[in-house]
Design a protein around this ligand. Structure first.
Ligand code: HEC
Length: 131
């Protein structure tokens, strides 16, 4: 038999990556979940230009009937970036989607998609496009 073709060294020290992987598994998963959540937020089907126009009209006419024609307050509180600064984005989105029980603020989820509501809140808090 020809023995020249046999592997010469089999005792090369093996790196053992397992402990490193285990250490990073949980932070890695957290990062992945955060990335996917963020993707969801930004991908919630942004309204078309025409829809943005409709939403802008809705904001000043319908929302404005309570929040003031210039959204500076009326029956409902002001919706200016300054006035909304103290609230979390999630709380504002929930107020528009579900309304506020026990107050005149009605729920809008039947009329507005999640993408519509995201866009409205971004406009109100001054992120994204301004009116
Ligand atoms: C019938 C009157 C009425 C209409 C119409 C209305 N709102 Fe309101 N809204 C209110 C009232 C009253 C509150 C305050 C509720 C409370 O006391 O928590 C409020 C609260 C809010 C808040 C929370 C503000 C904060 O600082 O927490 C947001 C955001 C909001 N409205 C957005 C809208 C948008 C956007 C529209 C239109 C799509 C709209 N509202 C239409 C009456 C109204």
């Amino acid at each position: 038999m020809d023995r020249r073709c046999q592997p010469v060294r089999s005792e090369v020290p093996r790196l053992s990556p397992a402990p490193v992987e285990a250490k990073w598994a949980i932070p890695g998963m957290v990062v992945l979940v955060l990335i996917s959540l963020r993707a969801d937020l930004t991908q919630a089907s942004p309204p078309s230009l025409q829809r943005q126009e409709e939403l802008r009209n809705l904001l000043y006419q319908d929302c404005g009937s309570c929040h003031g024609m210039r959204l500076t307050g009326g029956l409902g509180p002001a919706l200016t970036p300054e006035a909304l600064r103290h609230s979390s984005r999630a709380r504002l989105v929930a107020a528009v989607r579900n309304g506020r029980d026990g107050t005149p603020m009605p729920p809008w989820r039947e009329l507005l998609s999640d993408g519509d509501i995201d866009w409205l809140i971004d406009s109100l808090i001054g992120r994204g496009e301004r009116q």
